[in-house]
Design a protein around this ligand. Structure first.
Ligand SMILES: Nc1nc2c(ncn2[C@@H]2O[C@H](COP(=O)(O)OP(=O)(O)OP(=O)(O)O)[C@@H](O)[C@H]2O)c(=O)[nH]1
Ligand SMILES: [Mg+2]
Length: 366
């Protein structure tokens, strides 16, 4: 059976959602208004929002086949949601926009025209070009955004005024070429795309006046800053060393400090015997490392509820084996006349690699 060409969408608009139930119906109405005459579809990617956004979308989709909803379970992540939504598209062009109506749908038409004319491969709704505005942000948020934009310049390969924008459109084929190499970490999918594209995508920025959130709450948390740091690190050094390992090693180094703090307090402060103090300090450091890795290194898939406790048990078991490997390697080297510092460092490195590699697969398996 052949389908009429007009029913095949030319444009897929990918909209990540988390607790946006009171925005989606209004957004669809505004898309309809802005895109008359264009064959479009809206692909919502919902991370199982507790406010039942997906259910609202299902009922909207039953009335309008242009609306689709992908529901992801036990996952969070704006970038990965956008990537999966774009990969579900077969249209010529894909756009990404927020669900909360801060991105004016009227801009979609100019973006599409720019791409159709071949004036660019990527069009960005930019808050930082003439005519664009950030809206009523507080001074602090503006300052942070500007700093992040400057840091982002380290990885973009070309000057882009607003690489942190969440509103853009590109040819789907170009996106599909890049998709396997994306970091897919964190909140900044556009930056990920721009930093991955080599040679750079021919890019045009159109002024965007960033509106007010229509309903619901912001999902911007302090995690966003950490995830941004991970994304930058991945783009800068990810080719040589996995950024998760860097984070794991960073947490481990803090864990050593915690260990010595507890040990000293017990030994010197409370007069506890060395063996008992060392055991308590080790236990504390394991719990500390686990907790921090769970929220930092595995920010995209933390263990919660009862899985938090079972995860701790597996992490502790893995670290115990890591400690045996550490001591084994260190004593092997020490006996073969290595300096004690070198032997100790080699032991620590082997233990850390073991702990990371095994807990990455077992404790925080996908
Ligand atoms: N699927 C999915 N969507 C998300 C996630 N976090 C945020 N979103 C969506 O991403 C879009 C942008 O999030 P916002 O909280 O509006 O972020 P923002 O626009 O930078 O911040 P505000 O100006 O405070 O609104 C919204 O449509 C959110 O619902 C997530 O973990 N998963
Ligand atoms: Mg928003």
């Amino acid at each position: 059976m052949t389908r009429r060409a007009s029913t095949v969408p030319e444009l897929s608009i990918v909209i990540p959602t988390f607790n946006e139930r009171d925005n989606v119906s209004e957004l669809i109405a505004r898309l309809e208004q802005a895109l008359g005459g264009i064959a479009w579809e809206a692909i919502f990617v919902d991370d199982d929002s507790p406010d039942q956004t997906a259910q609202v979308l299902r009922s909207l989709a039953q009335r309008d086949p242009r609306v689709r909803c992908m529901r992801r379970l036990r996952r969070r992540g704006l970038s990965s949601a956008c990537i999966e939504g774009m990969l579900a598209s077969s249209a010529t062009y894909v756009a990404v926009m927020d669900a909360d109506l801060q991105h004016d749908p009227a801009l979609l038409l100019s973006m599409l025209t720019t791409l159709r004319r071949g004036q660019a491969e990527l069009v960005i709704g930019s808050r930082y070009v003439t005519g664009g505005e950030v809206g009523d942000w507080q001074e602090q948020r503006l300052a942070i955004s500007k700093l992040a934009t400057r840091l982002a310049g380290l990885v973009t390969h070309q000057p882009i005024a607003d690489p942190m924008s969440g509103y853009f459109m590109l040819r789907r084929e170009r996106f599909e070429q890049l998709a396997p190499r994306l970091s897919s970490m964190g909140f900044k999918i556009l930056l990920d795309i721009v930093a991955t594209a080599k040679p750079p995508l021919k890019t045009l920025e159109l002024p965007l006046v960033f509106g007010k959130r229509h309903a619901g709450e912001s999902k911007l948390t302090t995690n966003v800053a950490w995830e941004f740091a991970l994304l930058l690190a991945d783009k800068l050094v990810g080719r040589w060393v996995p950024v998760r390992f860097l984070s794991f090693a960073f947490v481990g180094a803090l864990g050593v400090a915690v260990h010595f703090f507890v040990l000293t307090a017990l030994l010197k402060g409370l007069g506890v015997a060395f063996l008992a103090a060392q055991a308590i300090a080790t236990g504390t450091a394991i719990v500390y490392n686990y907790t921090l890795n769970n929220v930092l290194t595995y920010v995209d898939r933390p263990r919660r509820g009862s899985r938090w406790f079972t995860g701790l048990l597996s992490f502790a078991a893995i670290c115990s084996v890591g400690a045996i490997a550490n001591v084994g390697v260190a004593s092997f080297m020490f006996e073969r006349a290595s300096a004690w510092q070198v032997a100790a460092l080699a032991g620590i490195l082997v233990g850390a690699v073991w702990n990371f590699a095994v807990s990455n697969v077992y404790t925080w398996r996908r």
